[in-house]
Design a protein around this ligand. Structure first.
Ligand code: S3P
Length: 439
């Protein structure tokens, strides 16, 4: 996708953010709505679905496996569930594009089917580690071929899976969810133990669709042989997308922005906790629950930020938000230190290096470490930075423009469409001054 239509961002310096916005739907919940809706009995109606390339890759995969899915139209998707054993062998390779969540969750789900599948991805996904899912799946009896632990994955069907008890070697919701999905097809009770809490959207949605899941502290257990019942799923706005505007408002004087109906699941609010520790003025209102997920409007007003040592227990709770948090750190008084975040090196790009390099280009003192970064707040200059085809790196440098001394050019931004279609439109509406150019 990105190589066919290259896009750069040109961001003019200055400005502040104001108004009320609703950012697109939560990516994690959108993926799961398609997966579980497809396996359910009955018709699942989804609203607020993220029409970004990642969630659309999941949708296309289930269509290719015979599921009748209507939409998306204005975030509405209707899924005619086929039941736990109703998927059909796809005619082609399933292309997961840039989406780690699609390939890792689907590998678990597909290991338990009666037919073979092949899962492939773009150049970024093809470099990402899959051993973290294929190793425990093999212990369950799955047979999965890979390219030395990287995609494409060849998943052999027709193997009986057996439950395992597995202590996750890293805090990963994708690995946890993969094993829970495989566990639905396994004989016995599959147990996953987490080293630290990670997003629990799978557990919540499984329970919401009537599949028993036992959560006991750090341990999640699921028994094979159950079934899912169709339901209505209202996908909240994605806190990971809201983050760019939260940080933008936190760093630019005169800002006062409200992000509407954002998911504030406790396993996702590390960014709120971290920005508050830095001194950000963040308030929540209209708190409620939708489809088992807590939501709120998030208001952020400018307040001066101070550098902090980021508590390691917040790392998994803010894992996708660090590129933007690093921009907040660059605008804060003093030093910010992140440790315990080596997982950032295996995201859509090596996010520690990509941000350290780009911040340095912009004149910020940012030093990468093996598992984090050290950033000294100071003036942001201007220059040309690389996004490495990573949506969140691109959007993070875009908001840095609010505090920049000159124009920032950000290269290879087409993948912003994976998680945040119309980012440029919403950003300009909120107060950034940026354009997207085809190159
Ligand atoms: C996700 C889990 C996280 C996150 C990703 C979405 C999910 O990945 O970074 O964007 O939907 O389960 P890891 O499980 O690799 O931490």
């Amino acid at each position: 996708m990105s190589s066919e239509h290259k896009k750069n961002y040109i961001v003019q310096p200055g400005g502040f953010l104001q108004g009320e916005l609703r950012v697109p739907g939560d990516k994690s919940i959108s993926h799961r709505s398609i997966m579980l809706g497809s396996l359910a009995e009955g018709v699942t109606e989804v609203t607020g679905f993220l029409e970004g390339d990642d969630a659309l890759a999941t949708l296309a995969a289930f269509r290719a496996m015979g599921v009748n899915i209507e939409g998306p139209v204005d975030g509405r998707v209707t899924i005619h569930g086929v039941g736990m054993n109703g998927l059909k062998e796809p005619e082609d390779v399933l292309d997961m594009g840039n989406s780690g969540t699609s390939i890792r969750l689907l590998s678990g789900l597909l290991a338990g089917q009666s037919f073979n599948t092949v899962l492939s991805g773009d150049s970024s996904l093809s470099k990402r580690p899959m051993g973290r899912v294929t190793d425990p799946l093999a212990r369950m009896g799955a047979v999965i071929g890979s390219n030395e632990g990287k995609p494409p994955l060849q998943i052999q069907g027709g193997n009986q899976l057996y439950a395992i008890s597995y202590a996750l070697p890293m805090a990963s919701a994708q690995v946890k969810s993969c094993l829970l999905l495989a566990g639905m097809y396994a004989k016995g009770k599959t147990t996953v133990v987490e080293p630290a809490p990670t997003r629990d959207h799978s557990e919540r949605m499984l329970a919401g669709m009537g599949y028993p899941v036992e959560v006991n502290g750090d341990t999640v257990t699921i028994e094979g042989g159950g079934k899912l019942t169709a339901t209505k799923i209202d996908v909240p706005a994605d806190i990971s997308s809201a983050t760019f505007f939260m940080v933008g408002a936190a760093i630019s004087e005169g800002s006062d922005i409200t992000l509407k109906h954002v998911g504030i699941n406790p396993t996702r609010i590390g960014v709120i906790n971290i920005l508050r520790l830095m001194g950000a003025d963040i308030s929540l209102s209209n708190e409620g629950t939708t489809g088992g997920e807590p939501v709120a409007d998030i208001r952020v007003r400018y307040a001066p930020l101070t550098g902090i040592d980021i508590p390691e227990d917040q790392v998994p709770l803010a894992i996708d938000e660090f590129p933007a948090i690093f921009v907040a750190a660059a605008c804060a008084e003093g030093r910010t230190v992140l440790t315990g975040a080596e997982e950032l090196r295996v995201k859509e790009s090596d996010r520690i290096q990509a941000m350290a390099d780009g911040l340095q280009v912009l004149g910020v003192d940012a030093q990468s470490t093996a598992d984090g970064i050290i950033i000294y707040g100071g003036p942001i200059g201007s220059g040309e930075v690389e996004s490495h085809d990573d949506h969140r790196i691109a959007m993070s440098f875009a908001i840095a423009g609010l505090q920049a001394g000159g124009t920032i050019q950000i290269n290879d931004c087409a993948n912003v469409a994976t998680s945040f279609p119309n980012f440029v439109g919403l950003a300009n509406k909120a107060g950034l001054n940026m354009e997207e150019i085809d190159v």
